[in-house]
Write a new protein. Sequence first.
Lengths: 647, 453
Amino acid sequence: MKPLAGALVLLAAVVLAWRAAPSWHQRHLDDATGRPGTKRVSCLHCHRRVPVPPAFDGKPRPGPRYLDPEGLAVSPDGRLLFVAAEGADRLLEVDLAKAGVSRSVDIGGRPHGVALSADGRLLAVSSRDLDKVVLLDAATLAVKREVATAAEPLGVALSADGRALFAAQGAADSVLCVRLKSSDPPLHVVAGREPYALALSRDGRVLVAANRMPSPARTRDVPSSELTVVDAGQGRVADRRRLPSATLSEGVAVAADGSFALVPVLRVRNLIPTVDVARGGLMNSALAFVDLRPGGRTVQFPLDEVNAFFADPAGVALAPDGKTAFVAHGGADVVTAVDVAALRHLAASLKPAELDALQDDLGAGERYVLARIPTRSNPRAMALSPDGRRLYVSERLADSIAVIDAPGLRLLDRISLGGPETLTAERRGARRFHDGTATFQGQFSCRSCHPEGHVDALTWDFEIDGLGKEIFDPISLRGIRDTAPFKWTGKNPTLARQCGPRFSRVLMRADPFPPDQLADLVAYIESIPLLPRRLHELSAEAVERGREIFFRKRTNLGREIPKKDRCSTCHPPPLYTNRMSADVGTDGSFDAPHLSGIRYSAPYLHDDRAASIEEIWTLHNSSDTHGVSNDMNKTQLNDLVIFLRSL
Amino acid sequence: MSLLAVAGCAPSAGGRAAGLMFVVTQVPAGSGGLRKASRLDLDGRYPLGSRVALVFAGARPGDVRVLSAGLASAGAPAVSPDGRRVLFAGRESAESRWAIFEVNLRAVWGRPRKAADLGMDCADPAYLAGEGIVFSCGHKRGPWSLYSASLKTGGVERITFGPGDAFDPAPLRDGRLLFSWADLASGRPAAALFVVNQDGTWVEAFAAAHPRDSFARRGRRTRDSGVVFVSGDAGSHGRIERVEMRRPMVRRRALATGLSDARSAEPLPDGALLLAGRSTQDGVFRWREGGRLEPLFADPRFTAAEAVPVAASGPLKGRPSTVDMARGSGTLLCYDSNQSDGVVGPHRGSPKAARVEFLAWKDGVEAPLGWSAVESDGSFLVEAPADLPIRVRTRDFRSRAVSTCGWFWVRSGEVRSCIGCHEGHERMATNRLIKALRHDARRLSPMERRDRP
């Protein structure tokens, strides 16, 4: 009898548990989120160990170390080429006669920009993750000095006499001006959003900074990026030129006399629904000609053609005689040669209405495009030999340098930098991510909206959600691996689904990625690290105070904050997202985004309505629907923001 | 090697043509078919005895492998991207309909199998990505439309709907289809090149400047960035012309091939063209710009109507379909109806559009379909019945017609946008908010009398 009774008790317990589990599960979910009727998720959705997302922290990453060549500089005698190998944390010296790497030196922190003094004796290399510019003796490659910078130094420039150093400080939105032989404090010139590349006129008087991101603007205003013109002698802004509808400016060249500048840009059409991908419906490549003289015109000359697009313009080089410019298209594996005299003539002679029309004319290139020169994967930075006869192009994802006969407009040679020969899934995925050929007529790549896996600071009107109805910004892909579901609406359970056939129908308008390529692409996206946290910039005390506010359960008046209105309910560590949707009073229910690296991804909320982290609460939380914040004083809000910036 | 044996001929052509293999349509000499027949008169175009044959360059007249064996007449061949299969139009007897047949070149004794038979005459087949094919079908008196079909599932879908004849489809490198379109409503014996997605969405004129009465057919992409086509209808002496896919789109030029009557031009892997037509003699030729016409094959018993190279051309691109048949209507969004022919704003002296009316082609006549107000920025947003030929006429505030565009259609679930009305083919949209998006699309319905301008 006893075994039978035991079995009956056990059976009853199982039945009761089976019947009670769903309601218990729902109660548990409702309790955890503070929101009744929370959509069911599995236990592992919350109760699993999640690693902290990887970040650039100066330590070598596992797996093969690809070189990822970026910035280039040629010695005055034309015999040596200096290459910033961002992936290997080193500066490479290439003997051009032997077509190979002759020496290298450890820089650390992803060296990005390279500049050489006119006499060829001083080298400047930016270390974007260690926030410094390293000055080296070009003859010995010995470090002479390190100059501290603000966050993320990218492009660098040296005055002809090597006495002044300039650095674009991408994450600080400023340009550093340092007198190297003086005890004067360095100057930080306020630039546009994310200054990326610098160019100095031959006389050293005009410094121009290309800013990669559009300047802050109201949601659905025409975006514009800025070309910051700096009086290099005085270290102050001389002019700010707007480049309407232009973004992702990653290169700049300036005329020897400082009379004009050339900036490759992506000319976006983000205010129009993503209906017409044909004919540059989303974006096209252009070369902005900026007449720097007072009252001078700014014209964005299209670089694409009506059925052939050359995605992701990056670096630009201007021949010493100022007659020819070269633009590297990272998404098309092509360098475009442009007749600068034709640009100048058109900019000067056409009427304003004609120039407006020309900027949206895919046939315009016939008047100034000289040649298309093929390269290997992802051409980025470029440098011309001092005599202007050789153009060197860093082929970032091929770990090589293309050597181009600049007057002859043809590929001459290719120098291998000696990177790993094996191609990992991440590397193949990186190539796919940066390759525009997967989209209709090669119009854009994944990178066009997610530069370096990040954001483009634009909102887009996706047709699939209804014309003019759902406006979304691209979400940063950095640290996204364990944050499923994806998409602002949380519809896609996996990255493979997010980037799969639906994506090809809605955006690429071309064949979907084959399964093997999709797997590579997902592997790459999951491997994109976060940017450094740069805690040294933040007050540790303020971070701690902010942390307490983030996890607080009571208001300043002692009233208990409902669970659903606590920051940590929807944004619990370590990912700072509970991966569920919630309506926080922003016109819909949206997936709670992760907060890792949030300091770098302005503007905020699904439609970029908050230009800064502060504005999330100061402008868009008047009813305490996005956490309880209206009881906070200014200091508390600052502390909360500082804590968030530390994530 | 097997193909060589199958062809039963020893290639004797020298130079770069050595080893070149092609499929040719042979029309019995003296039948007069090519001269008399209009483009879609298949019985006249391919009279009884016409055949599709596999030939080596330099082969003797009898050394061919007839691919259409067993059929009463055949023509319009197309070679698969892997170079192993051939589609063509054929009919089994003088009384039967024209259907689409496929033959496997590797099957030595293979007979053509029927790939598509829609209950009406079908011709001009071409391969698409993913075991798909496209062809044109119609009744004797027309109109002819393009249909796509799956060789795997047999599913067939009509993809063109205008009031005219659509024929000669060929895939472009970007996945779209290039085809010829003869607008019956215009009443002119003209045909121009158009492009459309493989699901029938986004039809638009191919960006070549076509004289009003020109007849463009057999458009084919070249290995570089061009499209070659035959200008001139059957009944006239055709010539080969070329238009650039890239800049500048308006450049259209006749190629000095040396043929007095050109009938087809197909790109060869080496960049030259394979031509069928008449020079000093009738036959198949190889020709490269700046070079001489190189005879490859001639048979005095037959006239060479078309010749297509047998070679792998690489995988074709597809385009994901946006058609949702459950919707029953499509959306049309115009950014600025005042932008026209590359001119920003209205034509000089032309008033601005205040309303736009829609005309539909039903049962052979033009009928009003509905209207919509035009926003102050020139934009409008409407929902139109799917798969119905429509065209748009803008009117000013005094109801005077400002401009009228050509026929097009929207497919079910398609969202179609236009930058302007007859804007230049190289024009991109200006980045700005579109006022018409502030409200829902206006569903088109026939105008009430009080609404009529």
